[in-house]
Design a protein around this ligand. Structure first.
Ligand SMILES: NC(=O)c1ccc[n+]([C@@H]2O[C@H](COP(=O)([O-])OP(=O)(O)OC[C@H]3O[C@@H](n4cnc5c(N)ncnc54)[C@H](OP(=O)(O)O)[C@@H]3O)[C@@H](O)[C@H]2O)c1
Length: 231
């Protein structure tokens, strides 16, 4: 039975990834900041017959990330799914920037995925599937950007794209496939009610695209439907 570690698994895309992988019989290590408040995730774990394990994890806490990896020992992790993310502060334009909020956005969206990748690299390399997937955003594409707004979010996602390209290069000799996915504009708390896609539509599509990955794909930037996006 393959194993996945998913961050931000208490709501939105992360919860749906946990649901779908659990339904497919995977072992799911579902991470969230506040397990006490994660009612939907607790219900999923309860009904999973022991295959979904909930872990408290604030992804910016390096000691907590290391402790979680330690607790899994050398167990194989077929898929590390860096999903947790924030949109950032209200003020994020050139004229009006919340610089502290921007730093926090970087800590969650850009730096934490590297912490997770480093902590679980050996577990992933020891697995059958050997995949690290980070949920980025098309808003981090420099080529596609035509806006001067959402600077904190855009820059944090552009940053995680190059971070994960570095991880891809670093772990290529281990046979690890490390890629980033834009999930589409999805009806989550972050995406809002007007978004184009239902949560399950996005997650089903990304999972199908993940399934087709080979190590030759490492370092690529994908749309949720498995097509390439420009950096
Ligand atoms: N929805 C979209 O349209 C869209 C588009 C492009 C990219 N994305 C990306 O998709 C990913 C998932 O987003 P979503 O739409 O599902 O958003 P969401 O509904 O707002 O959920 C975000 C998740 O990330 C968790 N999280 C945030 N900061 C964290 C931290 N420091 N430590 C641990 N967990 C943290 C949240 O936990 P709490 O409940 O504790 O806050 C929550 O579980 C994000 O990386 C986002 O940038 C989304």
């Amino acid at each position: 039975m393959p194993t996945t570690v998913i961050t931000g698994a208490n709501r939105g895309l992360g919860l749906e990834f946990a649901r779908q992988y659990a339904a497919d019989g995977w072992n799911v290590h579902a991470c969230c900041r506040n397990p006490d408040k994660a009612v939907d995730l607790a219900a999923l774990a309860e009904s999973s017959g022991g295959t979904v394990t909930v872990h408290g994890l604030e992804v910016t806490d390096g000691a907590a990330v290391a402790a979680l990896a330690e607790s899994l020992g050398g167990a194989p992790v077929d898929l590390l799914l860096n999903n947790a993310g924030v949109y950032g502060p209200k003020q994020q334009t050139m004229a009006d920037m919340d610089y502290d909020g921007w730093l926090d956005t970087f800590a969650t969206n850009s730096m934490a995925p590297l912490r997770l990748a480093a902590a679980f690299a050996a577990n992933v390399a020891a697995s059958e599937h050997k995949r690290i997937v980070t949920i980025t955003s098309r808003m981090g594409s420099i080529e596609q950007n035509e806006s001067g707004a959402q600077i904190a979010y855009r820059s944090s996602k552009a940053a995680v794209n190059i971070v994960m390209d570095c991880v891809a290069n670093e772990l290529r000799p281990e046979g690890v496939t490390c890629v980033v996915f834009h999930p589409g504009w999805v009806r989550t708390d972050m995406g809002g009610p007007s978004a184009a896609l239902e949560i399950d539509e996005s997650v089903t599509s990304i999972r199908a695209a993940i399934e087709k990955l080979t190590v030759a794909d490492t370092g690529r930037f994908f749309n949720y439907d498995g097509t390439s996006l420009p950096w």
